[in-house]
Design a binder for this molecule. Structure first.
Ligand SMILES: Cc1cc2nc3c(=O)[nH]c(=O)nc-3n(C[C@H](O)[C@H](O)[C@H](O)COP(=O)(O)OP(=O)(O)OC[C@H]3O[C@@H](n4cnc5c(N)ncnc54)[C@H](O)[C@@H]3O)c2cc1C
Length: 569
C-alpha cells in the first residue's frame, strides 16, 4: 500500500524540538551528526516506501502458512527482509564490535516507526532480532556473543522471544517450561510456548529462540526463571547452521490482523539450549529485551497511525459528498472530517515526540552514565508503549471513519491498519500492565523523575508565555494539575494507584503532548506547527482533567460494584 515515511516530521522533532544534536557532542555518539542522521533517515525512507510498503497487502491477503512443519511467509516478504538485512538495518544501534553501527537508539526508534507504518507484520521480525541482540550484548557469555551476535546483526539469523505459555501470560512467573543441565554444560529444554512471533519462517537461515524456563530446583515465581538460547538449527564447529534441534512449530494462530507475521505455538522437546546470564537471573536478562521491545511496540502504534492518516487524508481530498461550506468540494471541507484529520495529525505528532524523547533519554543515559537520564527513560518507556499503541488504535479507527462505508470494505486498506494495530496494546505487556508499571515501579523514587520532567514542562511554558500566552497558560495549568495528582498518587497504597493507573498514564501523555506541541509552535508561532499545537492544546489537552479525576477516584467504587452488580445492575 502506498506509504511515505515521515522523514521531514522526524527531522523537525529531532532538530527543533528535542535537542537531538546534544548526542553528537558526546563521545559515544560523536558519529551521529546531522549529515549521518539525514543520510540514514532518507535511505530508510526509501527502503520503507519502495520495498516494505508494496508487500504490506500481501501479508494480509496471503498469510504465512505452515506446510509440513515449516512456515512459508507471504509473497515478497523474503526479499523485503533481505533488503532490511543487506542494508545493515538490524544492527543500527548494535555494538560495532560485532558488526553493528553503534548509532543512537533515537534513530532506531524512528526506524521502527517508519518500518511499522510501511509493513507492521514484517517489521516484527527485525524488532525481535534487535531486542535479542541487546539482551545478548548485556547478558550472554563471550562465546555466545561471538557466535550469535554477528549473525543476528547481519540478519543472517533472526531472533524470537519465548515467554508466554497457556497458563502464563501477564503472569510470566507461572511458566513451567523445564531446563535440565546435561553433562556437557548445555541444557535440555522441554515445554510449550504459545503466541511466538516469527517463531519460524523462510526469510533467513536460522531462528534463535530466547526461552524462559525453570531449573529443577528453582524457586516458584519470577525468582526461579532462567534464560536460554535455543537455536532452531544447532551451529556446527564453524558456526554454520547444523543439525536440527528438538523443537517444532505445532500450529500457527488465526488472528484478527498482522496475518503476514507467523504467530507460532512452539513445542520444545528436550531441545538443546545454552544459558544466557546467571541461573535464576532470566527475568532480569529478558527485561533488557522486553524494554527494548516496549519502546519498539510503542512506535508500531505510531507508525500504523501515520499510515492510516496518510490514507484518510488522500481519500478525504478525493471523495465528494454533499455541500461543504466551500461549495461543491471534497469531504475534507466538512467540519467534522476536518476535525478527525486534525486530531489524527496532532495525536501522531505528540505520540511520536514522546517515543523519540524516550529513545533520546536512553541514549543520553548511555552516553553520560547519569542516573537522571536513565530514570527519565525508565519513566517514559511505559508511556511510550501504552500511549503510542492506544493512539495507533484510535487513529486507525478514525481512518476507517473518514472513509465512511469504504473504510469497512477491505479493498481500501483502511480496515487492515485497524485490524493490524489492535494487537499492539496487548502484547509486550498489556497497556494495563504498562500503566501499573508507571504508577508502581517507576514511582519508587517518590515521583522524583516525574517531578523533574514536569518542571521542564513548566519552565518551557513560562518561556512561551510572551509569544503564545494562551497555549502556554493551558499547558502550565495542566502540568500543575498533573504534578498535584502525582503527589497524591505516590501517597496511596498500591491497589488505589492501580485503579487509576490507565487514566493517569493517559493524562501524563496529554501533558507531554502539549509540551512538545508548544515547543514546536515556538519555532514558528505563525506557522502550521503552531496551528496544529492549538488543535492539540485546545481540543485534546483538556481531557487531562477528567482523566485525573478518574485516577483519583481510587479502587473503592470499583470493588463496591460487586461481581453480582456487574451481572444485574
Ligand atoms: C499476536 C501475538 C503475538 C505475541 N507475540 C509474543 C511473543 O513473540 N513472545 C511471547 O512470549 N509472547 C507473545 N505474545 C503474548 C502476549 O505478550 C500476551 O498475550 C500478553 O502478555 C497478555 O497475556 P495473556 O494473553 O495471557 O492475557 P492475560 O494475562 O490473561 O490478561 C487478560 C487481561 O487481564 C489483565 N491482567 C492480567 N494480569 C493482570 C494484573 N496483574 N493486574 C491487572 N490486570 C491484569 C490484562 O491486562 C488483560 O486485560 C503474543 C500475543 C499475541 C496475541
Amino acid at each position: 500500500m502506498p506509504f511515505t515515511s515521515p522523514v521531514a516530521d522526524v527531522r523537525f522533532l529531532l532538530d527543533k524540538v528535542l535537542g537531538y544534536d546534544r548526542l553528537a557532542e558526546t563521545d559515544t555518539f560523536a558519529e551521529a551528526g546531522a549529515d549521518v542522521t539525514e543520510a540514514i533517515l532518507s535511505e530508510l525512507g526509501r527502503l520503507c516506501d519502495e520495498v516494505l510498503a508494496p508487500v504490506n497487502r500481501n501479508g494480509d491477503l496471503t498469510p504465512a502458512k505452515l506446510e509440513n512443519g515449516v512456515v512459508r511467509t507471504s509473497p515478497g516478504f523474503k526479499d523485503a527482509y533481505q533488503a532490511i538485512a543487506e542494508g545493515g538495518w538490524l544492527g543500527i544501534s548494535a555494538t560495532p564490535e560485532f558488526g553493528g553501527m553503534g548509532l543512537p537508539q533515537t534513530l532506531n526508534t524512528a526506524m521502527n516507526e517508519m518500518m511499522s507504518g510501511a509493513n507492521l507484520a514484517l517489521q516484527l521480525c527485525p524488532l525481535l532480532s534487535q531486542g535479542q541482540i541487546e539482551a545478548l550484548e548485556h547478558h550472554a557469555s563471550d562465546e555466545l556473543k561471538a557466535l550469535y551476535l554477528p549473525k543476528l546483526i547481519s540478519g543472517q539469523w533472526t531472533g524470537s522471544m519465548n515467554l508466554t505459555e497457556p497458563q502464563a501470560g501477564s503472569d510470566v512467573g507461572a511458566l513451567s517450561t523445564k531446563a535440565v543441565e546435561k553433562d556437557d554444560g548445555t541444557f535440555a529444554i522441554t515445554g510449550q510456548k504459545i503466541y511466538i512471533t516469527w517463531g519460524d519462517h523462510d526469510v533467513a537461515e536460522n531462528v534463535c529462540h530466547l526461552v524462559l524456563a525453570r531449573l529443577p530446583d528453582a524457586a516458584p515465581g519470577t525468582k526461579g526463571i532462567s534464560l536460554f538460547m535455543v537455536p532452531k538449527l544447532i551451529p556446527d564447529a564453524e558456526g554454520n547452521p547444523g543439525e536440527r534441534n528438538d523443537l517444532r512449530v505445532v500450529s500457527l494462530e488465526h488472528k484478527l490482523g498482522i496475518h503476514g507475521s507467523p504467530t507460532c505455538v512452539m513445542s520444545f522437546e528436550g531441545a538443546k539450549g545454552w544459558m544466557v546470564g546467571k541461573p535464576n537471573g532470566g527475568m532480569a536478562a529478558m527485561f533488557t529485551m522486553m524494554n527494548n521491545a516496549r519502546l519498539g511496540v510503542g512506535t508500531q502504534g505510531i507508525g500504523v497511525a501515520e499510515a492510516a492518516y496518510q490514507h484518510a487524508l488522500a481519500y478525504a481530498q478525493e471523495r465528494k459528498q454533499g455541500k461543504t461550506p466551500m461549495g461543491n468540494t471534497a469531504i475534507i471541507d466538512h467540519a467534522d472530517v476536518r476535525r478527525m484529520l486534525a486530531v489524527m495529525r496532532a495525536e501522531i505528532f505528540a505520540a511520536r515526540a514522546i517515543a523519540l524523547e524516550c529513545g533520546l533519554a536512553l541514549d543520553m543515559g548511555k552516553a553520560t552514565g547519569k542516573d537522571s537520564w536513565k530514570a527519565r527513560a525508565a519513566l517514559l518507556t511505559p508511556i511510550a508503549k501504552a500511549h503510542g499503541t492506544d493512539i495507533g488504535c484510535e487513529v486507525a479507527s478514525m481512518g476507517v471513519q473518514v472513509h465512511g462505508g469504504m473504510g469497512f470494505i477491505e479493498e481500501t486498506g483502511a480496515a487492515q491498519y485497524f485490524r493490524d494495530v489492535r494487537i499492539t496494546p496487548i502484547y509486550e505487556g498489556t497497556n494495563g500492565i504498562q500503566a501499573m508499571d508507571l504508577v508502581a515501579r517507576k514511582m519508587m523514587d517518590g515521583g522524583e523523575a516525574a517531578a523533574r520532567l514536569l518542571q521542564e514542562v513548566q519552565d518551557n511554558a513560562e518561556a512561551a508565555r510572551g509569544t503564545l500566552p494562551e497555549l502556554a497558560e493551558a499547558t502550565w495549568e495542566a502540568s500543575e494539575t498533573l504534578r498535584e495528582a502525582t503527589e497524591w498518587l505516590v501517597a496511596q497504597e498500591m491497589n488505589e494507584r492501580f485503579a487509576g493507573a490507565v487514566p493517569y498514564l493517559r493524562a501524563f501523555a496529554r501533558v507531554l503532548g502539549a509540551h512538545y506541541h508548544l515547543k514546536a509552535a515556538m519555532v514558528d508561532p505563525e506557522g502550521g506547527r503552531a496551528r496544529l499545537a492549538r488543535v492539540f492544546i485546545e481540543r485534546i489537552l483538556p481531557e487531562h482533567a477528567a482523566l485525573l479525576a478518574q485516577a483519583r477516584s481510587g479502587a473503592g467504587p470499583l470493588y463496591d460494584l460487586s461481581v453480582e452488580d456487574l451481572q444485574t445492575a
